[in-house]
Structures are given as C-alpha cells and as structure tokens.
Design a protein around this ligand. Sequence first.
Ligand code: SDX
Length: 431
Amino acid sequence: MGEHTVTVIDNRTGKQIELPVRKSTQGPDAVDIGHFFRETGYFTYDPGFLSTASCHSQLTYLDGEQGMLQFRGYPIEQLAEHSSFIEVAYLMLYGELPNQVQLDGFQDAITHHSMLNESLKEFFRGFYHDAHPMAIMVGVVGSLSAFYHDSTDINNPEHREIAAHRMIAKMPGIAAASYKHSVGEAQVYPDNSLSYTGNLLNMMFSVPCEKYEIDPVAEKALDLIFILHADHEQNASTSTVRLAGSSGANPFACIASGIAALWGPAHGGANEAVLKMLDDIGDVSNVPKYLACAKDRDDPFRLMGFGHRVYKNYDPRAQIIRKMCHEVLEKLGDGNDPMFELALHLEEIARSDEYFIERKLYPNVDFYSGLIYKALGIPTNMFTVMFSIARTVGWVAQWMEMIGSEDQRIGRPRQLYVGAKQRDYVPLGER
Ligand code: SDX
C-alpha cells in the first residue's frame, strides 16, 4: 500500500495537492501541512489550535472522548495508585520507570538542588507585602538565569539536565518563600530528610519558634495531586514554554513564561477561581441563578472548573481528585465542609442540565483540587502556585523533548490579515 495521503482540491482553480499523513502510535494521525503554503499559496486557519498538532511528542497521551490520560503510556489511574511524584518526574524526563538505584540517584539530585542562592532569597523582600504569589513566581523564576548561568547552554545535554533538575528542585522553595513573604514570616530552608511534598509543607508552614509536624495525610494528598498535574499534552502553558524555548531562550525564562500563561483563570488559575465562585454562590439556593449566568452568552461568567478543550467526557484527574476529596476531608476533620457539599450539588445540577450535556461540559481537574488545597490549609492565592510546582515537571520534560528534537526550529505562526489595504500617509493638516 502506497504512502497515505489526503487530497485537497481548490474548487476555484481545480488544482489539487496530496498531503502526506503522519502516523500516530495512539490517537489521531496528522496531515502534514508543512509545505501547504509553498504549494498552494494559502495559509491554514485554526485560532485556538482546535485541529492543529504543533509538534510530535512521546510524553503524554489524552483521549478526550474516552476521558483517558497516560504518561509515557502508563494510565494516570495506575500512576496515581502506585507511583510517587518524584518517580513520575523521572518517568517524564527519561522515558521509563526507574529501578531503585535510578530512583535513589534522581531523588538525591533533586534533594541536593533544592536550596536557593542566598542572594535570590533577598529578591522576595522587593515585592509588595500583598503581591499575588503567582506574580512573585513569574518574577523570581524568570530571574534564575541571573543566578544559575552555568547551566543555560541549551545545546549541552548536561546543562539541560542540570537546569531541569534545578527547576524541579527549586520550585517548592520559591513557592514557599512567596507564601512566607505574603504572611510576613521568615523563609524556611529545605530539609534533606523530608520528602518532596513534606519539604514543601515544612517550608510553608513551619516557624522557628515551635516544631512543625507534617501531616502524612496532607503529604500523601499533595503528592497525588502533583502526579495528576505533572503534564497534560500541549495545553496553553506548555505550548508557551515550547514556543519560548524554540527561540533558544534559557530554560528558566521558558518556565517563567509557562507560569505566566498558567495564571490565567481559563487555565491553571481556575482552581483559585472555583473557590471564589463557590464562596460567591454561598448557598445551594443560589445555584440556579449562577447556572443561568453561566448559560447566558451575553454574560461573561463561566462555571469555573467545568469544561475542557480536549475532554468531552469526565476529566480522569477530576474523578481521582473527587474521590480523594472525600477521603482527605474525612481524615482532616472537614468531612462536612459546606463548600464541598455545595460543589457536589453544583456538579449534580450542572451535569443534568441540557446546556452542559449538549456541550459535553464536565468537571475538570480544577473543580475539586482547590477544595483539597483548602482542607490542607493552603491559602486560595497559592492554589495556582501549587499547580505550577507540579506542572514544572511537564514543562521541563516538554522543553527537553523539543530542544532535542531533530526537526526543532523557531515557532513562527502566520496570520489571516484582515486589516486596512495599502494606503498613503495623510499629512496632519489634511485630516
Ligand atoms: C485547565 O488544556 C489543558 O489541558 C488545560 C488543563 C491542564 O492540565 O493543562 O487541563 C488545565 O486549564 C483546565 C480548564 C480550567 N478552566 C476552567 O475551568 C475555566 C472554565 N472553563 C471554560 O473557560 C472552558 O471550558 C475552557 C477554557 C476550559 C475550554 O474552552 P474552549 O475549549 O475554548 O470551549 P469554548 O469556550 O469554545 O466552549 C464551547 C461552548 C461555548 O458555548 P457556545 O458558544 O457553544 O454556546 O461551551 C461553553 C461556551 O460558552 N462553555 C461554558 C464553559 N466552558 C465552555 N459555559 C459555561 N461554563 C463553562 N465553564
């Protein structure tokens, strides 16, 4: 059987071209339009990239209709049940589950990169006391190349690996320092005897004047949430990291661009927006009013935590987090958290509403994650920061894959120009 192609015919000129089809290992194949403009004089048009594959990748596979998510082929449900965030980070960076020696070596590398440069610690003092922690994260992560310029040669695989390890290792400390600044408390150094999430909780909530006991329920819940958020194909922030990286920008600047994109309420900022929405709704009696606003095309209000560009079925991560929510709230004593009850009621009503059913709008990962963060004592303005810590694994893995790709080139989309046609300048006195 010859090469698989797709034929495009211009019904104005009768001209037709054959476009080669690139085969996937799972999911849709892709029509290669790399030479489309050169051969037809036309651009293709796909704002929002609903039908566009921007790259080839071996990292994460999503099936939106089936509600499936796999990291390097492993179903998220199995990783959530059996793995750890550090093990998933190794899997994403190196492609295979580690053996014990590899896992211990990777854990050691991350642990021994977790301290922040002492001068960097001064950086936080420059921010206003009520700066949003995400604003601090964007600024501080973007400045890392000013402190760690010994690992920014993107063409050196060893530099790429050190930069990836540094990013994963330092995000918890930068996040915790952002939080400490917002509450006016002293920064806490990492403790190499603690787990990745245990360290984060200790750096956020311990104070010099008394011993802080890490709650194992919270430590485990955070580790699971971080696994679920580690990567998610070519979402907005990951695509931002890839585009920034395609110009040869240093890895720290690329991750800072990902943090900035993640902050938007349509993306990673949704978990914070869900809690604000539930707080605004306040009581189940107000649900119909808010649903009416969500369904009104003239009203910009969206039901935060609902809908997804890819999932037209339940977000598999939401399923896992919803179940964990019950367990965490029971164990941490908020079993009857009225906000959780309201969320359950809102989900039940929305999922039986024709508007949501017709548009295949289901709860996504952000609908429940904020409730767990709240139960863990994490303040609302730190929810997206938590997301950024976990997604740093995906961002650095996608960045490394892109930089190492044989067909890597600068990303430079074109446009459909619909502005003014050429015209001559009019002197001021004649206008
Ligand atoms: C994340 O891409 C990823 O993978 C992201 C993420 C990741 O891990 O990286 O999964 C994380 O960002 C999850 C999404 C978190 N965002 C929210 O919960 C915000 C609320 N959701 C919406 O803003 C929206 O659903 C998006 C942004 C998530 C998806 O937007 P799309 O794919 O562009 O869909 P759309 O806006 O074209 O909506 C299609 C229809 C529209 O109605 P009609 O024009 O057909 O009448 O559905 C409606 C929309 O108005 N709609 C909603 C809705 N989401 C879509 N209506 C009410 N409430 C909503 N939440």
